[in-house]
Design a protein around this ligand. Structure first.
Ligand SMILES: [Zn+2]
Length: 251
């Protein structure tokens, strides 16, 4: 484990950065601590693109994730997962793009039970949901191409980040945009300091921690331009569709 390994984003040699307990969760931000699992999780960091990742998880199967992370206790470390967040995200989408809803097909990638998509459909959107952990038997490419893809709370949960962006790219229409959330690490993972950042939380499945540079590089591989609305909400696109021009002016 002490040997440098290639960065999953840019292939540069990456070395071990810090180690945290498997039970480190995002709820620690609110002062809630799980008992230690006594399982060390090493995070590596690429000094070329500042991507930070936990190589341990690249060998995990879907079953491993289901047993150890996305199990019946997941709700304890992500209490807003079931309905608070999907409702808030649907509301956010309606305020951003509700007036243009007749002009695009929408896919919520990694949409869990599909609640956000259902809420948008109820509001008249052409919206579908796909989640690799839920829709095991669906080949996402069979769903066709989408003009708008949202991916909330997806990027930081995926060990193989290049295939993720390639998959999204294949699902996106030429004039389409991907809106996605993930908190960027630029101000929070500092060389010479411990990995105390609340978002670096193996128990939540936060195994890939992105700098802005790493998101730019990942997108470039698929010919995407990149922009951010905030440190937690971002966009990829090739050609800006007219219905989204008001959004991407700000990104
Ligand atoms: Zn890198």
């Amino acid at each position: 484990m002490s040997q440098p390994i290639p960065c999953p984003v840019c292939d540069s040699a990456s070395s071990a950065f810090d180690v945290v307990d498997f039970n480190k969760s995002c709820e620690e931000m609110r002062g809630k601590f799980l008992p230690l699992a006594c399982v060390p999780i090493y995070y590596y960091r690429c000094t070329a693109c500042n991507f930070c990742f936990a190589p341990e998880f690249s060998s995990w199967t879907a079953e491993d994730y289901g047993n150890h992370i996305y199990n019946e206790d997941y709700i304890l470390v992500d209490p807003e997962y079931v309905d608070v967040r999907p409702q808030a995200n649907a509301k956010g989408m309606v305020s951003m793009l509700g007036a243009q809803k007749d002009q695009f097909r929408h896919l919520d990638y990694g949409g869990g039970s599909g609640l956000m998509s259902q809420l948008l459909k109820h509001d008249g959107w052409d919206s579908s949901s796909y989640d690799p952990f839920v829709n095991h038997d669906t080949d996402p490419t069979s769903l066709g191409k989408f003009d708008l893809i949202t991916a909330y709370e997806v990027f930081e949960h995926v060990p193989d980040v290049r295939p993720l962006v390639t998959r999204l790219s294949k699902l996106l229409a030429r004039h389409g945009i991907i809106l996605f959330s993930t908190l960027t690490s630029d101000e929070s993972i500092i060389p010479g300091q411990r990995l105390g950042w609340w978002y670096a939380a193996p128990r939540n499945g936060h195994i890939s921690l992105f700098s802005k540079r790493s998101l730019v590089l990942l997108g470039e591989r698929e010919g995407f331009k990149f922009g951010s609305f905030s440190s937690g909400f971002h966009a990829y696109w090739r050609e800006i569709p007219s219905w989204a021009s008001h959004l991407l002016r700000d990104a």
